[in-house]
Each structure stands twice: as C-alpha cells, then as structure tokens.
Design a protein around this ligand. Sequence first.
Ligand SMILES: [Zn+2]
Length: 440
Amino acid sequence: MPSTPEFQQTLGKVAGFTGTALHTGEKVSLRLHPAPADHGIKFKRKDLQDEPTIDAKIENLKTVERATTIGEGSVRVHTVEHVLAALWAMGVDNAIVEMDANEPPIGDGSAQAYVDLVRKAAVVTQEEPRKFFAARDTMHVESKTGALLVLLPDDKFRISCTQAGPNNKFTQFLSIEVTPATFEREIAPARTFVYYEDVKPLMDKNLIKGGSLENAIVVRGDAVLSKEPLRFADEFVRHKILDIIGDLALVGRRIRGHVVAVKPGHASNADLARLIAREQTRRSAVAVSRPIPTGDGGLDTDQVMQILPHRFPFLMVDRIISFDTETKCVGVKTVTINEPFFQGHFPGHPVMPGVMQVEAMAQVASILLFKLAKTTSRIGYFMSADEVKFRKPVLPGDTIFIHAELTKSRGERLAKAKCHCVVNDAIVSEAELMFTFLDK
Ligand SMILES: [Zn+2]
C-alpha cells in the first residue's frame, strides 16, 4: 500500500493558538482553516486592510536569511517553514493559515505545536487526486557555502541529511522516509538550533525580541545551551530535515524522490524547490494533450526550436497547430503560473504582459517567413508593431491560439504580418508587425 494517500486532504475544522513571534516578540494568534481542493496552502494576514493572502509557492519566496520569508506585493510573512512542514508532512494539501501578525508563533522552536494543531483540526480527505512531482533523473543544487542537495528518483519521499557545524563539530546524519507517522515521532519535536556567534549580533540589535532558550538551542563552542535537555542525540540533523520539508512544500506538489542533503540551509533548500518547479513547468508545457498534425500540417516543439533561436523563458510558442495556406498559420502557447514574468507582473494579480503577446505573435509570424523563404540562413528582425490592441487579460492557465497572416512582402527584405491572439474563442490582443531580413 502506498504510504501517502492518493487524494488531496484538508482540515476538518478551524483550530488555532496564540504564541510569541520570534522577531518582534509580540503576541500572535494563528488559526488553520480548511480550504477547497486545488487551493494549496495560503497565508492570510488578518491584521492588514483587506486581509491579503499569500500563496505558499516558490514564486513568492522573498528571503532565506535564517528563516524563509514569502510575500506578494508589499505584504510579507516570515518564518513560514515550520508550520508548512507540519501541514505538508501531516498530509494537508489545502489550508489557510490565518495570522494577525507577519510571523507565526515560534512555539518551542520545533513543529510540535503545529502538529498538535493539525491533529486538533483533523485531516480529512477530498475528492480531487493529489498532484505529484516524481523525480525522473538526478537533479542537484550546490552552493558556495558547501551545501549540496541531490534529488534522486524514488517511489517514496525520503530525506537523507548530513549536518555539520563549524569545524565539523556536531556532524550528524539521518535517513528517513517522510510519512505523517515518522514526521510526528522523529522530526516534528526537533528544535531550532543556533550558533552563539550568529545570534549575538542579532540579540545586540534587538532583532530577535522573542528569542530565548525556550524556543531555540544555542550552541556556544562545545556547549549546548537549552531550557530542557536535547530531545534526540541528533536533534540538529532532525531539525535540518524539518526545514527541508517546510521549504520544499513551496513546490506545491507531493514529491516522489529521495533528497540527499549535505549541510543544507534555507537558501539551498529554496534553490532545489525552484529547480523542481522549473522542471515541472517544462513537463506541463509539453504535456498538453492536443493532436500534433504530421508532415506539413504543423510543427511540434522540437521543430519550432529548429526554426526559432528563442529558448525558455523567451520561447513564446509551444507548437504550430496548422498552416492554413502558405501565408497563414496558427501557433499555440499554454500560459502557466510558473512563467517567469508572473513574478513581477503583477504579484497577487498575475496577468500576462501585453508585450509578451506581441512577442508571441512575432515568433509565429517569423516561422511563416522562414517556411516561405525555405531557409534559416537569414535572421528576421522585428521592426515595428502597429495597431496594437490588448482587449482582454491573459491569465495563468489560459491557452493562447496565435494567428498570423502575411499580408505584404516587399521584395526579399521586408514583410508585414497581421496577427491576433485568441483565448476561449475571444480575441485578447492583435497587432500588425513588420519584419526585415538580414543574412546571418
Ligand atoms: Zn527551522
């Protein structure tokens, strides 16, 4: 039997608790709410006007200094990794984490309080199937600080982690399959640990007002200082695994793979999450089920790339689905939330930039030009765009049908194309484009 259920899960009811925020030292109330299938995990800032929400997605990652911060627009939520780890590892796919501050309560520095909360709210199964990311090939990230994370194919979600302190003191290793049961027993109780030299300057600057030996283990030289004795002889590596789970939750898909981590930190965890998300985008782009016409009927992605020099993230055509005549064709582009331009355009309200649609039209038109010229030894330069109109927003999840028709070609050097983009049978944008040709 698979250790993870195949269906999405959320919480049975609302549950919350109040605690201290690490950085401000102020009281903060956190409440977990159920959410519908495919909602994912979102943070809600109840203390701000309009109560904005932030998607717990890698695209929204802002900083990884000591803790993981996500944000959209000017809204931030700090130190999301412990609550995310608990939700994700306990099997919750969809939830709203509502808070009245910019940071969850630190608890005892572990994920214990959040596991208790998830248990209180109860995990319930939904009707939609879960989305997975299954590692196919080895993927890895490496950083200058010596962190190395490798993702290997595996039908379970496993983490094998080596942690090492300064001068390789406190070197610890643990390998574990992550399930709700192993997480609750072996990982969730492991507390945050910090090196005295690292936190001294922060304490001096009063940047961790809520920090104390009640919510972190402090390592000073060979001495381990904490309010209660170590919960595990290898508590440090266990907490490193906790942080990896929380940071990789930002992928938004269940991972089937074996993470081998050496001296990981939030920055390298985030790098791996980003790499996985990028690979998922690539897979989604080629997985759209649509018959590809054969022969002269159309072009698949590989053929498009043989003609166009553009590559991710600037290739705006997935396929050409038809050549109606010598001078007319239709290309297709599936727009996903992982498009790089959505990171800044506009956070919280993603719409595809109009100029990217013009670029898509120009790329489809140049395929026509190259096919007509029967050569790729010349480069088409995009000279002007007239009569440009943007009629409707293009949103993540839309499939754009890009129509291009050559209307004029003057001699060998100039060509004009009339283009428009269609989403759900409505024209979303149009333009008249002019090209010139130069020999390569
Ligand atoms: Zn942590």
